[in-house]
Design a protein around this ligand. Structure first.
Ligand code: SAH
Length: 245
């Protein structure tokens, strides 16, 4: 290459830089915008419109990238007003239900929360934005391990995942300021009642396969006061041998 062709090559290179840069930036901005807009709309139309007012809950829903928690084939439905299938025949809950349950727990920044049913990890990520730490248990190793990787990718350092049967809770870290159960047993597991701190709240879908009520419990002077708050339909809570609790 002589001096002239070297300069020409350099010039061509520099001429190419701005359009390539603009293209790359344009793509990622467009992507971020696309989901950002959908996420803000989800909060306005599905969550605020139905009466959720807690600022921390709304902010967390505005922040957590729900599209990262769904299967790739459902990415364009990530912000739709419905639950979606995840692996192992399980589901990621409808955005409104996630927000409703989160608000019901009345969380403080310093709270330590237990979740039963990690699934996609979306509910745990919402909680992790609001409180100090989240301990979450998933019975299917495939789901649990995939979610552990996603939490690491997204930089969540205050979520701790255990693979096992959540019916038994996580006694080593009890008591918990709040407990959220995202799979449905027919009764309220005694270990979870025991592991709830004084003054703490638990929200849990209780019932048969097709008809369940979301029950909100509060522990006052060692006693649980309970209130049915919403009819819902969650996947069953199962034991290690696949039986419904
Ligand atoms: N919170 C999840 C919802 C997942 S669906 C999310 O945001 O995506 C409920 C999950 O509970 C499923 O992943 C299911 O595998 C799990 N599960 C069912 N029985 C369980 C048990 N005994 N212990 C822990 N997890 C359980």
């Amino acid at each position: 290459m002589n001096w002239f062709s070297l300069k020409l090559f350099e010039l061509r290179f520099w001429l190419l830089v701005p359009p390539v840069f603009a293209f790359v930036m344009g793509c990622s901005a467009q992507d971020a915008d696309k989901f950002n807009g959908q996420r803000m709309q989800m909060v306005e139309r599905q969550i605020k419109a139905r009466g959720v007012t807690d600022k921390a809950t709304l902010d967390a829903c505005r922040k957590v990238p729900r599209h990262r928690f769904v299967l790739p084939q459902y990415i364009n439905s990530a912000y739709a007003d419905s639950p979606l299938p995840i692996e192992e025949g399980q589901t990621i809950s409808q955005p409104y239900i996630v927000a409703f349950m989160t608000e019901a727990l009345n969380l403080k920044r310093t709270d330590k929360v237990l979740e039963i049913g990690t699934g996609s990890g979306y509910q745990a990520a919402i909680l992790a934005e609001i409180c100090d730490s989240v301990f979450t248990i998933e019975i299917f190793p495939k789901l649990g391990n995939k979610t552990i990787e996603l939490f690491a990718e997204l930089g969540y350092k205050n979520i701790f995942v255990k693979i096992g049967d959540g019916y038994k809770g996580w006694p080593e870290h009890a008591p918990f300021d709040a407990i959220i159960v995202t799979c449905s047993p027919t009764h309220i597991p005694q270990p979870l009642q025991d592991q709830l701190a004084e003054g703490g709240r638990m929200i849990i879908p209780v019932g048969e396969t097709h008809f369940q009520s979301l029950v909100l419990l509060e522990k006052k002077k060692g006693k649980l006061r309970e209130e049915k708050v919403l009819p819902v339909r969650f996947v069953p809570m199962i034991s290690d041998d696949g039986e419904k609790y």
